[in-house]
Design a protein around this ligand. Structure first.
Ligand code: ZN
Length: 96
């Protein structure tokens, strides 16, 4: 016997959805959720896609969604750091 990850109702082993609330049971083998590095890389290259994948998958594939979300976040942080670096170098060059 397993229990629903959302509402805690008892459900049969291997059930893909909860009969009580309809939530996906992400411990089933039917949904591939391996937190793939590729999705993180995609999110890093195209942050908007990473964000969308995160929002779409956060219930069904939390690990993969997290990978894509972290990739997008890393990309945004790197972008901000790069912008700051360019700004600092630009100000430094202007002062010289
Ligand atoms: Zn449920």
């Amino acid at each position: 016997m397993a229990y629903c990850r959302r509402c805690g109702a008892p459900i049969s082993d291997g059930a893909t959805t909860c009969p009580s609330c309809g939530a996906y049971q992400n411990n089933t083998p039917y949904v591939e959720d391996n937190g793939g590095f590729g999705w993180g890389l995609l999110g890093c290259c195209i942050p908007v896609v990473g964000l969308v994948l995160f929002l779409v998958w956060k219930d069904q594939k939390p690990r993969t969604a997290k990978a894509a979300g972290i990739g997008a976040l890393v990309s945004v942080i790197i972008g901000i750091l790069w912008y700051l670096l360019v700004a600092i170098v630009g100000v430094g060059a202007a002062l010289l």
